[in-house]
Design a protein. Structure first.
Lengths: 573, 125
């Protein structure tokens, strides 16, 4: 029963806790995730737009140049120089300018290098300009061995020919990727101010890679430009994407990355998994630990509470049963006490008479030499004897008070009666785990007797059996036909047993082996009732083994009163 | 000296006859009655020094009888006989006006003393 209580209460208490914890855990995780991923994605988005704007601006600048000028003008070195100066003044970052004809030959150049005469026909960028009209290059090591990119556009010439206008751009366009705002180069232009407002999220590494995975900008974790970023191939991402993966060194990382349109660049914002999750890890630990500890404490309290309650309930029930028994004894004692007081009171009178009559006899005899008349003496002695008899009757009444009750007669099924008696003790039986077995063969007859007095008899015997056995003991009750038109009920227990020297006196009034408790009247009263009902009671016992009481009762009962109060003789004569 | 006149009242006739006879042998003038009503009649009919009264009697109980005797015959002392002791009963008997409260069975010697004392007190007053 304890287990059932614990399980059901635990389920009721812990299930909601568990469900709520699970729900809140998931919500926190989601919140945390988006809390962490959002800035990264925003950064990627903003970075992408920034870069695209920058590149578009410069390409537009070049477009304007080829619109406003023709091939002849641009191939004039001095003119190209001035155009470069103009461009430099408008767009930061442009380093040089070159005109390449449709052959691939650089026919004009303005800038710090000597690139005239170079041929680019075999180069990929040339082919791309020829087909798609514009080109943005990867980062390469350029002027002063600093990273640069090149942009180029296609321009038409007369007679169906074309040329390309190419510019090299210093990668100050990537300067806002430097995490520490203070270390960044100062703002330049409107685009710059926007990208300066981008803050690289803490603990993140921000860099750009090309289609082959080579770094275009310095990476805190993976190296310098043109080193290979040790990352696996990333899936296409036209929009910023968040991705968890394992880098080339085997470290788990999280990234937000996005491709920059019309360029070979992919902007990557990256963070080691542990750092990224650090905040989450500690929160998660709390989210799990707290319900877990609470759950354990609750469970402990439930178990403790249940054990305590069940024990207390058992204790109280045992007490109640004990109180019932006490009450029964106390009632009997009180009845006996009242009887005793009544008896004592009543006895006083005949006793006084004896005292005075004997006293008178003494007075008469001592006063004179002559004896008083014979009749006088006889009268006094008779009186004394009569009073003494009266005293005897009164004391007998004390012992035989049960015999004063009239015997009722009714048909009784002993199996049913025994079970009625057992029902009064069933709680004690179950708590003390006392096994009780009642056996009655089917052909055992009912008997005619007094129900109430039989209940008293068996209650007394079974009570004694309970007192004699240990917890977990066994009581067997068998009901069967016996010789001479009788039915025998045997109650056997495996309790302490009765010492053989006590057995002969067990039914004596006031005989008790329980020191201090009990009146010793129980069995003597039981004996008296059984006798009165026309039956017999015997006992067998062995110390340490058990005790067996057998009550034999006549099937036909004895003279008494029927249910309707009329007197009747024993039947069947 | 005049013998002390004692009226013995108890519902046990045997006891009354034994007591009166023993008291007579000891110099008392003793008569008996077996009920409260008979006692009151006897008291009206004659003069008595002491009434020896059993507390537990059918009809008029001992205490009530004591009160009435003391009211109607203030010259007559009342000695109560009872089968049990009780502080309450002692108190009640005192307030009812009894001279003494004795437990039976009582040795004849003590009874004599009590009766003499009860009568003596009256004659002193």
């Amino acid at each position: 029963m304890l287990i059932a209580v614990v399980i059901s209460v635990s389920a009721v208490a812990l299930l909601p806790l568990g469900i709520m914890s699970w729900i809140s855990y998931r919500q926190y995780r989601e919140a945390f995730r988006s809390e962490l991923t959002r800035p990264m994605l925003r950064f990627a988005e903003a970075g992408k737009h920034s870069l695209e704007a920058y590149l578009t601006e410069r390409l537009s600048g070049l477009s304007l140049v080829v619109r406003r000028n023709d091939y002849e003008q641009l191939t004039d070195p001095a003119y190209l120089d001035s155009v470069l100066v103009d461009l430099k003044g408008t767009f930061s970052g442009i380093m040089d300018l070159g005109v390449i004809d449709d052959d691939g030959t650089q026919v004009a150049y303005a800038g710090p290098f000597e690139l005239e005469g170079r041929n680019y026909r075999e180069q990929e960028w040339f082919r791309e300009v020829a087909t798609s009209g514009s080109y943005v290059s990867d980062v390469f090591m350029g002027y002063r061995n600093l990273p640069h990119i090149a942009v180029a556009i296609h321009a038409d010439r007369d007679a169906g020919r074309w040329y390309a206008l190419r510019a090299t751009i210093g990668t100050d366009l990537f300067h806002w990727l430097v995490p520490d705002p203070a270390a960044r180069p100062p703002e330049r232009g409107s685009v710059c101010s926007r990208c300066h407002s981008l803050a690289v999220p803490a603990f993140s590494d921000a860099f750009i890679i090309n289609e082959a995975g080579a770094l275009q900008t310095p990476s805190r974790l993976y190296g310098a430009p043109l080193d290979t970023a040790m990352l696996p191939q990333l899936p296409r991402a036209d929009e910023p994407r968040f991705h968890s993966l394992v880098d080339g060194r085997g470290e788990p990382v999280v990234t937000a990355y996005v491709e920059v349109d019309r360029s070979p660049f992919t902007l990557v914002l990256l963070s080691p998994h542990d750092e990224f999750h650090a905040g989450w890890a500690s929160l998660r630990r709390d989210l799990v630990l707290l319900p877990l500890i609470s759950g354990i404490i609750i469970l402990a309290l439930i178990i403790g509470g249940a054990v305590y309650s069940v024990r207390a309930a058992r204790k109280w029930d045992r007490r109640r049963a004990a109180l019932f028994h006490e009450m029964e004894y106390t009632n009997k004692l009180a009845a006996i006490g009242r009887l005793g007081a009544g008896v004592a009171h009543e006895i006083n009178n005949p006793l006084s008479i004896i005292t005075q009559k004997a006293g008178l006899l003494h007075d008469l005899l001592s006063r004179s030499e002559e004896l008083p008349p014979r009749e006088k003496l006889m009268g006094l002695v008779d009186s004394v004897q009569k009073s003494a008899e009266r005293c005897g009757e009164i004391t007998h009444r004390l012992l035989g008070f049960a015999k004063h009750m009239d015997i009722q007669r009714e048909t009784i099924n002993l199996d049913v009666l025994i079970h009625e008696v057992l029902s009064f003790l069933e709680k004690e039986a179950s708590y003390r785990e006392i096994e009780i077995e009642v056996q009655q063969p089917d052909d055992t007859p009912s008997i005619i007797s007094d129900r109430g007095q039989l209940q008293q008899v068996f209650l007394n015997i079974i009570n004694n059996a309970f007192a004699a056995v240990d917890d977990g003991g066994r009581i067997e009750i068998s009901i069967r036909r016996a010789e001479g038109d009788m039915v025998a009920v045997t109650i056997t227990d495996d309790g302490v047993g009765i010492p053989s020297e006590h057995l002969p006196r067990i039914f004596d009034p006031f005989f008790t082996t329980k020191s201090g408790s009990g009146t010793g009247l129980g069995l003597s009263i039981t004996y008296g009732i059984v006798q009165k009902l026309g039956g017999d009671i015997t006992v067998e016992s062995e110390e340490g083994v058990g005790t067996s009481f057998t009550v034999t009762l006549p099937i036909e009962g004895v003279e008494g009163r029927n249910g309707n109060g009329t007197r009747t003789r024993a039947g069947g004569r | 000296m005049e013998p002390v006149r004692v009226l013995v009242v108890d519902d046990e006739a045997e006891l009354v006859s034994a007591l009166t006879e023993r008291l007579e042998l000891r110099g008392f003038s003793a008569r008996g009655a077996t009920s409260g009503e008979a006692a009151l009649e006897a008291l009206r009919a004659g003069a008595w020094d002491v009434v020896l009264l059993d507390v537990r009697m059918p009809g008029i109980g001992g205490f009530e009888l004591t009160r009435r005797i003391r009211q109607e015959h203030p010259d007559t002392a009342v000695v109560l006989l009872t089968g049990r002791t009780s502080a309450d009963d002692e108190e009640t008997s005192r307030s009812a006006g009894a001279f003494a409260y004795l437990i039976k069975p009582i040795p004849i010697g003590r009874l004599e003393e009590a009766l003499n004392a009860a009568a003596g007190r009256e004659s002193d007053a």
